[in-house]
Design a protein around this ligand. Structure first.
Ligand code: ADP
Ligand code: MG
Length: 352
């Protein structure tokens, strides 16, 4: 069967919608490039399972639709389930792109991390029940390890597809209540380097809280976006030269850090951390030497968690948060790290 025929048939049978089909619900997000709402279908407003998420986007919506279509075909389980995207031009104002996803759940990782219950709230969601194991640092480590594995797994499939997300942060990670896993959302800043889509644009979009120190994910020496066929031939080489995927690894390392250190979960403390790290020339080991002697109990607890099992957690974190992109591990290599040798939460629940 031809891939194009398959894609066409699949597209034909997927539901298509238009403006009047939706009843707008709660506003979930509002950015410079669009607004996001929970919506239900006008025809069956009562069915909660049928709920969708609608993003009304500006001109950048076209790229986001393209990325979501690609993810849907190449690595569907790593991102929120994309339903449909179209140009909505019925209003008198300038036209908008409308994007629709399945409503995956109520909570992003940002919501869950901010709760005093973290990481036990996440454990209950992944297992679907409250565990009766004693609370403590070992159990917390196992929960965080499971979240990290899910994130890296999703990231590895995105990167293997040739897509760099560039805006990985807890706000862009949604807990999918159906699959009981974390999925990546918001491909609005993503770049597909294999076909040169969204090559080096919109650097200004990047969230300074989670962005890696390099300003550009591709070296500024690389020529500007070549036309698609040339890019397809060249970009695996460019990928190897520039390792743009390591930008996402840095951000994921910061999420690991925030999960391990309760004291670094607020924006202001994360920003303070980044300032301290910069003063240490982005050397995480030097940062540890700086803060550990006068650390408060929150910070000490983070080191204690990462030091479990001869410090393999700390070792993994340090291999993700490095100044030079090429010294950071890839998502695939991170998944093979000994930190993940121990069984995670799902294995536990099968055993019980
Ligand atoms: P932006 O950050 O550009 O406003 P996002 O795509 O990140 O747009 O969506 C904004 C918010 O909407 C997310 O942080 C999340 O809370 C919610 N959201 C987005 N997609 C989904 C989805 N598929 N299921 C549930 N909630 C979602
Ligand atoms: Mg977002």
């Amino acid at each position: 069967f031809d891939m194009f025929v398959l894609a066409f048939v699949e597209r034909l049978f997927r539901p298509t919608y238009k403006k009047d089909d939706f009843v707008l619900g709660k506003k979930l997000g509002e950015g410079a490039f669009g607004s996001v709402y929970r919506v239900s279908l006008a025809k069956r407003p009562s069915s909660k399972d049928g709920d969708l998420v609608l993003k009304k986007a500006t001109e950048y919506g076209a790229v986001e639709i393209w990325m979501n279509e690609r993810v849907r075909r190449a690595c569907a389980s790593s991102c929120a389930d994309f339903v449909y995207g179209f140009l909505e031009s019925s209003s008198k104002k300038s036209s908008e792109y409308w994007l629709l996803w399945r409503f995956e759940g109520e909570s992003t990782l940002a919501d869950l991390i901010q709760s005093k219950e973290f990481p036990y709230n996440v454990e209950a969601m992944i297992l679907g029940k409250v565990s009766d194991l004693p609370k403590g640092i070992e159990r917390e480590n196992r929960i965080i390890q499971t979240v990290m594995r899910q994130l890296l797994f999703a990231l590895d499939s995105l990167h293997s597809t040739g897509i760099v997300h560039r805006d990985i942060k807890p706000q862009n990670i949604i807990f999918s209540e159906d699959s009981r896993t974390f999925k990546i959302i918001d491909l609005g800043a993503a770049a597909d380097l294999r076909v040169g889509i969204n090559y080096i644009p919109k650097e200004f979009l990047l969230d300074p809280r989670y962005a890696a120190p390099e300003q550009y994910i591709m070296s500024t020496q690389t020529p500007s976006a070549p036309s698609a066929p040339v890019a397809t031939a060249l970009s695996p080489v460019l990928w190897q030269l520039n390792l743009p995927d390591r930008f996402d690894i840095y951000s994921t390392g910061l999420i690991f850090l925030q999960m391990a250190f309760p004291g670094l979960r607020s924006d202001s403390n994360l920003i303070q951390f980044k300032r301290q790290l910069k003063r240490c020339d982005y050397d995480l080991v030097a940062w540890r030497k700086l803060v550990e002697p006068r650390a408060n109990p929150d910070i000490r607890r983070g080191f204690e968690l990462l030091d479990l099992d001869k410090g393999i957690g700390w070792e993994l974190l340090a291999s993700m948060v490095r100044y030079k992109a090429r010294q950071r591990v890839s998502a695939k290599a991170a998944l093979a790290h000994p930190y993940f040798d121990k069984e995670g939460l799902l294995a536990l629940s099968v055993m019980q």
